[in-house]
Write a protein that binds this ligand. Sequence first.
Ligand SMILES: *[C@@H]1O[C@H](CO)[C@@H](O)[C@H](O)[C@H]1NC(C)=O
Ligand SMILES: *[C@@H]1O[C@H](CO)[C@@H](O)[C@H](O)[C@H]1NC(C)=O
Ligand SMILES: *[C@@H]1O[C@H](CO)[C@@H](O)[C@H](O)[C@H]1NC(C)=O
Ligand SMILES: *[C@@H]1O[C@H](CO)[C@@H](O)[C@H](O)[C@H]1NC(C)=O
Length: 497
Amino acid sequence: MLPSQALLLAVVFALAALQALASDTFMAAVYEHAVILPHPTQEPVSPSDALALMDKNMDVLEGAIKEAAQQGAHIIVTPEDGIYGWRFTRESIYPYLEDIPDPVVNWIPCTDPSRFGPAPVQERLSCMARNNSIYVVANIGDKKPCDSSDPSCPRDGRYQYNTDVVFDAQGKLVARYHKYNLFLGENQFNYPKEPEAVTFETPFGKFGIFTCFDILFYEPAVVLVSKMQVDTVLFPTAWMNVLPFLTAIEFHSAWAMGMRVNVLAANTHNTSMEMTGSGIYAPAGARTYSYNMKTEDGHLLIAELDAHPRLSPASPPAVSWNSYALSVERFSQNDHEFTGIIFEDLFTFTALTEPGGNLTVCQKDLCCHLSYKMAEKRDDEVYVLGAFDGLHVIEGQYYLQICTLLKCPSTNLSTCGQPMETAQTKFEMFSLSGTFGTSYVFPEVLYSGVQLAPGEFKVLRDGRLKSKHGTSKPLITATLFGRLYEKDQPHPLRISL
Ligand SMILES: *[C@@H]1O[C@H](CO)[C@@H](O)[C@H](O)[C@H]1NC(C)=O
Ligand SMILES: *[C@@H]1O[C@H](CO)[C@@H](O)[C@H](O)[C@H]1NC(C)=O
Ligand SMILES: *[C@@H]1O[C@H](CO)[C@@H](O)[C@H](O)[C@H]1NC(C)=O
Ligand SMILES: *[C@@H]1O[C@H](CO)[C@@H](O)[C@H](O)[C@H]1NC(C)=O
């Protein structure tokens, strides 16, 4: 054999080996954790008391990590605030924080724990990843000292960040992300000066990470998908459910579909705070999810995902969200329109008075079209078609365009838009579309009892959200939730920083 032939063979073998290493699918796990909270004191506790509380939570997480690894999971996501909870001031959270280095330092805390000073939480998380050969994603607090040479240094001489960390299967710190869009009341933490688009490569695809409220904004969430082309998003959250459009399982699965990525969403569990709903979401729908308002138990979910969902034939096509809606005439005249409030936003509604038909309702630049056929038109239930085009102002300010088919809580039309969880009407068919002025639209379908409808609906290339073969359960809502990121103003708190 000539030396060049040997070289060619070697190259061919090397490529084949690489291809064998890179997998088409992987096993993902998320753990919804009922966090053991500190006593509701505003006073700081000692670092050892803080660590004792965090160890109690990590004992529970360790059980989930071991179980996930035994079941073959390659990665597990644990929730935001999952190691110490959310009831803090700036001072009282301080004993819980560790200095978390930039992952470029190439550090395995499990084997070199004191390289950057005391870091017992990072050490334990790293060892849990290493001992179980699984990627571990957790949310902890970072502290970064600063001084008067930095004009924006807080008066107490440190920045405190809500931080996600990822340890690979050897226990190496491979990602650190500082939450950019803090939620109202998260006064224990600082805003990072710039948004961070944090990604890392694995044999099972490219990953990005962000936290909770970030999912409603452009940076870094949309940047990770549109510009950095990640395959899977890791999403620790402490999400308080708001019906009818912002319940965790509903909105997070819709974001995965609208952005055409996998999302691993791990929620904190606390029913009195309305925090429940975790899932493993593929672009075509939830692979598994849980929603539990009945008990205070944690819950482990495991499912298989495509490593590169955009390349998978099963994934939905890119959508032109307004194509269909712009191509048709109004279905109906504005006779019986009325207004109603959803999460403080003023919607324009029209009622579905017939067992089936075609309706249009408009608000400002947005017209929403619905074709539908109910399995049975009940006298004791009313559904509306609604449109909203404007600035949402409660719990954050952001521009929305929404088309919704929605059940009203009662036959009194003044109640339409108020939250409700159950319904009795099934649909043989629905098809919803809108004249959206954005390419970021998240398709939501929620059934009675706050259940998802994976596999029962699809989005066509022309932007129609359609049932496939009717709804197997009564419908609460089918909604196209559009975001107009370019109209957003900078966050007011960020300006005052
Ligand atoms: C990891 O394994 C080592 C050796 O078996 C053990 O001493 C240690 O406690 C384990 N740590 C964790 C976090 O599982
Ligand atoms: C849920 O959160 C609330 C408010 O922070 C707290 O008072 C309550 O004890 C928590 N419930 C459980 C079961 O931990
Ligand atoms: C709704 O429109 C479709 C197609 O445009 C038409 O076939 C159907 O008859 C209409 N339904 C009603 C009840 O008007
Ligand atoms: C209809 O609902 C509205 C808002 O909940 C309420 O104020 C009104 O009294 C109700 N009307 C009837 C007739 O029940």
